[in-house]
Write a protein that binds this ligand. Structure first.
Ligand code: UDP
Ligand code: MG
Length: 140
């Protein structure tokens, strides 16, 4: 399997509860390398641009308000099959459906406030990485 890069976000519910280190340990234990990372606070408009694919969904307003409500940690994870591996470590969107041991099973508060974002395919990973990082900031 090829080495890939994927975009991860530690969401406001998790930064509020001081869970950045515990979540990063889950990535590193799974063999994912954090090759870029920064803590930022998004505006609601920036959150809306990032989640533009969901703009017609009923949860869009709530989602973008939540993502702008407190700092997030944006990061690039690298490893063999990193996109699918990260989705595995994250667990299902709804924590009620997330497998034991996954980030969302252990830490998520609800389907909306679910602690992490992860890219879902190679094309979206490339787009989402370039939304937050320049090539100079990626040190693999
Ligand atoms: N979301 C929500 N309600 C829903 C579905 C999704 O609030 O019914 C939020 C949730 O924070 C989720 C994000 O919208 O992580 C993006 O949804 P997606 O279906 O892409 O889930 P993900 O890829 O994050 O698992
Ligand atoms: Mg998604």
């Amino acid at each position: 399997m090829a080495v890939e890069r994927t975009l991860s976000i530690i969401k406001p519910d998790a930064t509020n509860r001081n869970l950045t280190g515990k979540i990063n340990a889950k990535f590193e234990d799974a063999g994912l390398r954090i090759i870029a990372q920064k803590r930022i606070q998004l505006t609601k408009d920036q959150a809306g641009a990032f989640y533009a694919v969901h703009k017609e969904r009923p949860f869009f307003d709530e989602l973008t308000s939540f993502m702008a409500s407190a700092p997030v940690v944006v990061q690039v994870l690298e490893g063999e099959g990193a996109i699918a591996k990260n989705r595995e470590v994250m667990g299902a969107t709804n924590p009620a459906d997330a497998a034991p041991g996954t980030i969302r099973a252990e830490f998520a508060e609800s389907v909306g406030e679910n602690s992490v974002h992860g890219s879902d395919a190679p094309e979206t990973a490339a787009e989402e990485i370039s939304f937050f990082f320049s090539g100079l900031e990626l040190v693999g």
